[in-house]
Design a protein around this ligand. Structure first.
Ligand SMILES: [Zn+2]
Ligand SMILES: [Zn+2]
Length: 416
């Protein structure tokens, strides 16, 4: 038997309603804030990610699904959403539309992750991008939407951590300080860290190797190296968050694993297990980096699998599967034809209704209705068709009522 590839999962009809519920809540929140949904290709030219996400990041160095297509192009399945969305923003000339451009997406992402640690290689992310504003107000709007999502989904124990990782100006001084800190131990770092030392020492800070992590203890923090503009920006973000009573803590260890971040970065972390559910930040350099005008932007992304897992923990019985309203059981060909028409009329009224399409016995039909948790069953034979009356059985109480075989009357009996 052919099985699904490692790190993928199937979402079956009996659980998909939970996804739909979460997606619906999040969509309402984001669209009420003026965000339009965008859908971009699953694969892009590899260069988009190596330039956008950063050549020295874990994502690009270790985790991408990259292959050559039949035309000899290097293609990569998107490992994250922002680069593709920004590429689309540039390519479609969105800069000429009302600014800021506010976008959201829900898309599958692909990373060659360590499956042993429960990570998926195909996973879904919901993300937002606000493009064309350098104001701290945009940072706070995006953060507050993140906070709103957890509130609306009734997920407690979520902590907001923020940090500033500065701009290219302050980062230069910081990287020097970081190199000075790392240099005495450089030989003991892993090979990946060694290659990052010259090009991008900040990436050494998110190495997952235990020995590297230990040596990183006590490294200088970027907050001490912020330039005037970055410092002021960060102060304004903090004070507006306080004014809005959105609790946060400053966590100078947040560097985010993608190179495009600047200034504000943030993570919503579950206090239950310490894992990040939603992460994001400002990326003022990305749009220029991949060929657009110099345009500031800010956004976030969250893993939907992770969000669902934590949602279910606190909301066991909040949402119910959408079950069948009515099953129409039939005896004989005449009744079957009659029922087929009736089902169509009822579906037009918005009723979730099924009838037999397997030419099965009455007993088998009842069994199916029972398994599919039909709320009501209506049984139609030759006699019922003649009289235009049948019995409608409530499957929970066993109670029966007579109904005319007209869609409107059945509808009112089902929902009165
Ligand atoms: Zn700066
Ligand atoms: Zn390392």
């Amino acid at each position: 038997m052919i099985q699904k590839p490692k790190g993928t999962r199937d979402i079956l009809p009996d659980e998909v309603y939970k996804w739909q519920y979460i997606e619906g809540v999040v969509r309402d929140i984001l669209e009420n804030a003026g965000m339009g949904e965008i859908r971009v290709p699953v694969f892009e030219h590899t260069e988009l990610f190596s330039r956008g996400v950063g050549e020295t990041t874990d994502v690009v160095q270790k985790e991408m699904y990259t292959f050559e297509d039949k035309g000899g192009r290097s293609i990569t399945l998107r490992p994250e959403g922002t680069a593709g969305v920004v590429r689309s923003y540039i390519e479609n000339g969105m800069a000429s539309q009302a600014t800021p451009i506010k976008l959201w997406y829900e898309m599958p992402m692909y990373r060659y992750e360590n499956v042993q640690k429960g990570r998926l290689r195909e996973f879904r992310q919901i993300g937002t991008e606000v493009i064309g504003t350098e104001s701290y107000l945009a940072d706070v709007e995006v953060i507050s939407l993140g906070a709103k999502i957890f509130e609306a989904l009734n997920i407690p124990n979520i902590k907001l951590n923020i940090n500033s990782i500065g701009c290219p100006v302050c980062r230069q001084k910081y990287q020097e300080a970081l190199r000075d800190f790392i240099r005495p131990n450089l030989e003991k770092y892993c090979d990946t860290c060694k290659t990052r030392f010259e090009k991008n020492p900040m990436r050494i800070l998110d190495c997952k190797e235990q020995k590297c992590k230990e040596m990183n203890q006590g490294a200088p923090i970027i907050l001490d190296y912020l330039c005037e503009e970055c410092r002021e920006h960060f102060e304004k973000v903090k004070s507006l968050l306080m004014n809005l009573e959105i609790p946060f803590e400053i966590d100078s260890s947040i560097v985010r694993g993608l190179d495009y971040y600047t200034k504000t970065v943030f993570e919503f972390v579950s206090e239950d297990d310490g894992l990040t559910v939603l992460g994001g930040g400002r990326y003022d350099g990305l749009i220029k980096e991949i060929g657009g005008q110099d345009t500031p932007a800010v956004g976030f992304a969250m893993g939907v699998e992770r969000l669902l897992e934590i949602f279910e923990k606190y909301n066991k019985d909040v949402i119910e599967d959408y079950n069948m309203d009515l099953y129409i059981a039939t005896i004989g060909e005449e009744a079957d034809l009659f029922a087929t028409r009736l089902v169509m009329n009822l579906r037009d009224e918005g009723v979730f209704v099924e009838k037999d399409i397997c030419s099965r016995s009455l007993k088998a039909q009842f069994k199916y209705a029972d398994k599919k948790k039909a709320r009501f069953v209506l049984t139609i034979g030759e006699d019922e068709v003649k009289k235009n009356y049948a019995k409608l059985k409530d499957m929970k109480t066993g109670e029966e009522v007579e109904t005319k075989l007209k869609a409107e009357e059945i509808f009112s009996k089902l929902f009165e």
